[in-house]
Design a protein around this ligand. Structure first.
Ligand code: NAP
Length: 275
C-alpha cells in the first residue's frame, strides 16, 4: 500500500509556482474573505496565507464578524472586485448560515479562483488536487469504475465531471443513496467528500483500490478526521490520509489558479495598452 504524502507534492507545486511568480511584473495578490468563526476556517486561512507567502504571492485577509450582514459581505467583495491590485478573491467556506451563497456570484469571474461562480473560468482547487494526485501517482483513469461519494459544487460535482472527461465510469452517491457498501465495494477508485468522520469503514473498500479521502472534520480533540477510517489504508493500493493528503495539494492548486488569473490579467492589460 502507498500512503500518499500531500506535503511532498505540495513542495513540487510550490517550486513551479515560485518560478512562474518571479516572471510576473507584480506578485499575484489573493484576498481571502473570512466571515465568522467556524472552528477549522482560521487554520485553513493561515495555511493558504503561509503557502502564498512561500511562493512570493501577497495574501490579504479580511475577517468579518459572525453577525456580518449580507450587505457588509457584498460591500467587501465589491471593493476587492474594484481593486486592480487584487488578482483573486475567495470566500472561506462555510459561511454563517444567515448569509446567502449568492454572495459567491458577486465575485468578478476573472478573479473567482475558487471557481464557484457560474461564470468563473476556473475549476475549484480540490477536484484539481484529486486529479493532480492521481496523475502524480500514475493511476490509470480511463475505463476505471470510480465511485464519488458527495455531489457538492465544491468537490463531488466537479470531480465527477473531470473523471468522466478522462474516461472513467463514474457512479455518484449522496445523502439519499442509502447503504453505500454495494457501491463502494465495486470501486477501483473511491473518492469520498462528505464531512462525516469514518463514514467509510474498511469493509466498504475493495481490496487493491485507490482511496481518496477528501473529507476533513475537526474533532473535539482538535485533530482533523477523514471520511474514510484510516484502517482501510491496509486494503488500498493507494490511500490519501487526513490530514496530509488532499489538503496540502488543494492549497497548491488554489495558487495555481491565482497565478493563472494574474498572468491572464497582466496580458489583458498589455493588450489594452497596445491595442
Ligand atoms: P458539502 O457541500 O456539505 O457536501 C457534502 C456531500 O456529502 C453532499 O453531496 C451530501 O449529499 C453528501 N452526503 C452527506 N451525508 C451523506 C451520507 N451519509 N452518505 C453519502 N453522502 C452523503 O461538503 P463539501 O464542501 O463537498 O466538502 C466535503 C468534505 O470535504 C468536508 O469535510 C470538507 O471539509 C472537505 N473538504 C476538504 C478539502 C481539502 O482540501 N481536503 C477541500 C474542500 C472540502 P446531498 O447532496 O444529498 O446533500
Amino acid at each position: 500500500m502507498t500512503r500518499f504524502n500531500g506535503y511532498t507534492l505540495q513542495k513540487r507545486i510550490a517550486l513551479g509556482l515560485k518560478h512562474a511568480v518571479e516572471s510576473l511584473p507584480q506578485p499575484p495578490t489573493l484576498t481571502i474573505l473570512q466571515i465568522g468563526n467556524h472552528p477549522a476556517s482560521s487554520m485553513y486561512v493561515k495555511r493558504k496565507q503561509e503557502f502564498g507567502q512561500t511562493i512570493g504571492c501577497k495574501v490579504n485577509i479580511i475577517h468579518l464578524p459572525e453577525q456580518a450582514s449580507q450587505t457588509d459581505a457584498e460591500m467587501a467583495i465589491r471593493k476587492q472586485n474594484d481593486d486592480p491590485a487584487v488578482n483573486g478573491i475567495i470566500v472561506q467556506l462555510p459561511m454563517p448560515e444567515h448569509l446567502s451563497n449568492d454572495l459567491l456570484q458577486l465575485i468578478d469571474p476573472k478573479k473567482d479562483v475558487d471557481g464557484l461562480g457560474k461564470d468563473s473560468p476556473f475549476t475549484p482547487a480540490t477536484p484539481l488536487a484529486i486529479m493532480e494526485i492521481l496523475d502524480d501517482q500514475k493511476i490509470d483513469i480511463a475505463g476505471k469504475h470510480t465511485v464519488v461519494v458527495g455531489r457538492s459544487a465544491l468537490v463531488g460535482g466537479p470531480v465527477t465531471r473531470l473523471m468522466q472527461e478522462r474516461g472513467a465510469r463514474v457512479t455518484v452517491c449522496h445523502s439519499k443513496s442509502g447503504d453505500l457498501t454495494p457501491f463502494t465495494t465495486q470501486a477501483d477508485i473511491l473518492i469520498v467528500a462528505v464531512g462525516k468522520p469514518n463514514l467509510v469503514t474498511p469493509a466498504m473498500v475493495k481490496a487493491g483500490s485507490v482511496v481518496v479521502n477528501v473529507g476533513g472534520t475537526l474533532g473535539a480533540d482538535g485533530q482533523l478526521h477523514g471520511d474514510v477510517d484510516p484502517e482501510a489504508a491496509d486494503k488500498a493500493s493507494l490511500f490519501t490520509p487526513v490530514p496530509g493528503g488532499v489538503g496540502p495539494v488543494t492549497v497548491g492548486m488554489l495558487f495555481t489558479n491565482l497565478v493563472a488569473a494574474a498572468k491572464e490579467q497582466t496580458s489583458s492589460v498589455k493588450t489594452t495598452f497596445s491595442g
